[in-house]
Every structure is written in C-alpha cells, then in structure tokens.
Design a binder for this molecule. Structure first.
Ligand code: FES
Length: 95
C-alpha cells in the first residue's frame, strides 16, 4: 500500500476532510485530526466505531464481527480499517 488518501468523514451532520497515510488506521487518524469519532475497544470487537464507506475503498485487518451482508453494504470498523483508494468517504451518521 502506502501513499496518501483524502478522507471525508460525515459525522453529526457535518462533512470534514483530512489527508492521511494509507498505512494508518482511520479511527486513529480521525481522532488525531480532532474529530470526535465514537469508539471504545479499538480492537475490532465492540462495533462502536462502525462507519459506512460511501465512496472509495477500505481494507480491514479482520472483518470477523461483521456479517457478509454488512460488508456488502460498505460497513467497516474504522479502528481496524485502512483506506485503500485515493479518496474515501465514510458516513458515521447512516449506521
Ligand atoms: S472501537 Fe470497538 S470495534 Fe472499533
């Protein structure tokens, strides 16, 4: 992987953009950039950090707790997801 991704977060009705390295995870980078993304375990178990990818792609270390249906609908656990496209939009309101 490697390279940079422009990330757009839809959170509490607002759109926010930041740029991150594709090797980082989306939750951590979002928090570092000052966005109040819901989270708890940070280990891919509690599903608090659930978001839905509406544009672009992400890869998850271990999609274990999400069903195939949820994965097909674009849901990701942002604490264990890395962006995998030049741009990605993640909606936290539509979950
Ligand atoms: S913070 Fe618990 S699954 Fe992501």
């Amino acid at each position: 992987m490697g390279g940079n991704t422009k990330v757009t977060l839809i959170l509490d009705g607002e759109k926010n953009d930041f740029s991150m390295d594709r090797d980082g995870n989306i939750l951590d980078e979002g928090l570092i950039n000052g966005y109040d993304i819901p989270h708890s375990c940070q280990g891919g178990i509690c599903m608090t950090c659930l978001g839905r990818v509406t544009k672009g792609k992400a890869v998850m270390d271990d999609p274990g707790v999400l069903s195939d249906e949820e994965l097909d609908e674009g849901f990701i656990l942002t604490c264990i997801s890395k962006p995998d496209s030049e741009e990605i939009t993640i909606d936290f309101d539509d979950v």
